[in-house]
Design a protein around this ligand. Sequence first.
Ligand code: S3P
Length: 178
Amino acid sequence: MAYVTIGSMTDKNIVLTGFMGSGKTAVSRNLAGRTGLKRVSTDDLIVEAEGRSIVAIFRDSGEGYFRKIEKQVVAEVCCLAGVIVDCGGGVILDEDNRRALKSSGTVFFLDASEQEIYQRIKAQTHRPLLNTPDPLAGIHDLLKQRRPLYACADITLLTDGKSVAAVTEEILKVVHMN
Ligand code: S3P
């Protein structure tokens, strides 16, 4: 699959992965504004399909159920072309998800340090996996487990200390849309 360089159109998806708080949502929104490409969010699609929040899904049906719906959503999103995909932080846990996302486009891993992630998420309550007495330890443990999986991305971008606009620019350069 190749980028089609007609105007700003591309048939490859721009896929953003990374840990919770790595800036995927803000960057994907900015990217959509800059490129005119449609943005889809796996979390938003899950919430829409289920008619309840992610916190409620985890609380009432468990993480396994959430991952099952997430996998269906990823499969559907990977049938789209030329869109920006904002992936939930755990999407890469599933091997089929990783493979499907990679074949649908360019996969970016927005990396961030544990401290930076903690600073970004500490005041938020919508992420069930980090609603724990010691979120910093939770970030440490989950990142240790997930780093090798995030590393399967095509491109890794360190986001520490960078603005949303700066990260967006880096992505646009990679996909030749700057
Ligand atoms: C999760 C990340 C969340 C959301 C859910 C689980 C994870 O998405 O999918 O709370 O396992 O890392 P964000 O990365 O957009 O916060």
